[in-house]
Design a protein around this ligand. Structure first.
Ligand code: HEC
Length: 267
């Protein structure tokens, strides 16, 4: 009897905390489910979308968000947006070299002990927009723009959530309490986000001529961020298919062997 009661109380407690957790999450809209090309066991990245997404990151998001785990050469590696058969070593890839050379990087010290600036190289990291977290917060009304290297994995809802967030700015409802520098976004927990709507139609002009609508840019930048957080996804899926084929052929062989072995046995 006692045991049953304790058990029931424990169950109730678990139930309560689960509802409490839901209530907190219930604050935000569930992200819209979007049909990504890279989803599913055979999904691959749309190479053009990853390229355009890099352009969106570089021209829009990079002024506030770092991607500390990325180096320019990653852009030209196998599966990357600027992968090229001609240049298996991304350090030799002219597009990657050109992108890197567009940045000035501090290097040194030289023989006199001084630091100096030089053109970026493929082996350099993506430059961070701020020196440190304090400076980033000071420039963003106290809020910290998180590093985007692994952001798709770091948020529940992943790619769907980030796409919804980028497209989810709305007129604030009457009862929302926005501080100065906050914007209303129903997909963000709490509704008040310190990031101004980063995307507006035609805020950039795509190198490949695609129309830069908000939806297009959101889809592209999220595809790029998904690739950046999981650059070996395609190889992993290919490996999965090979393993399944192997298992299938193996199963057929086992079946034939079984027939052969039991050929003369009455059963
Ligand atoms: C003007 C600066 C600025 C720009 C430009 C900007 N962001 Fe942000 N972003 C922020 C700040 C500040 C936050 C933190 C917001 C908060 O915590 O309220 C943020 C937060 C985020 C988050 C995290 C939301 C969460 O769930 O915590 C994501 C994802 C994001 N930004 C993506 C992007 C993308 C993608 C772009 C480019 C299309 C972009 N941002 C452009 C300032 C910026």
């Amino acid at each position: 009897m006692m045991m049953t009661r304790i058990f029931a109380a424990a169950l109730a407690a678990v139930g309560l905390s689960a509802t409490a957790a839901l209530a907190v999450e219930g604050d935000a809209h569930a992200p819209e489910n979007y049909a990504w090309e890279f989803e599913g066991p055979f999904g691959t990245f749309d190479r053009n979308a990853v390229q355009r997404g890099y352009q969106v990151y570089q021209e829009v998001c990079a002024s506030c968000h770092s991607m500390n785990l990325m180096r320019f050469r990653n852009l030209g590696q196998k599966g990357g947006p600027f992968e090229s058969e001609e240049y298996p070593n991304p350090n030799d890839n002219p597009i990657v070299m050109q992108i890197a050379a567009g940045y000035q990087v501090e290097d040194g010290p030289n023989d006199d002990g001084d630091m100096f600036m030089r053109d970026g190289l493929p082996s350099d990291a993506f430059p961070a927009p701020f020196e440190n977290e304090q400076q980033a917060r000071a420039s963003n009304g106290g809020a910290y723009p998180p590093d985007l290297s692994l952001i798709v994995k770091a948020r529940s809802g992943g790619a769907d959530y980030i796409r919804s967030l980028l497209l989810g700015y709305e007129e604030a409802p009457e009862d929302s309490h926005l501080s100065p520098g906050q914007y209303y976004n129903a997909y963000f927990a709490g509704g008040a986000i310190a990031m101004a709507p980063p995307l507006v139609d035609d805020i950039i002009s795509y190198d490949d001529g695609t129309t830069a609508s908000m939806e297009q840019m959101a889809e592209d930048v999220v595809t790029f961020l998904t690739w950046a957080g999981d650059p070996h996804m395609e190889e992993r899926k290919q490996m999965g298919v090979m393993v399944l084929m192997y298992l299938f052929i193996f199963a057929v062989l086992v079946y034939l062997a079984y027939r052969q072995v039991w050929r003369n046995v009455k059963h």
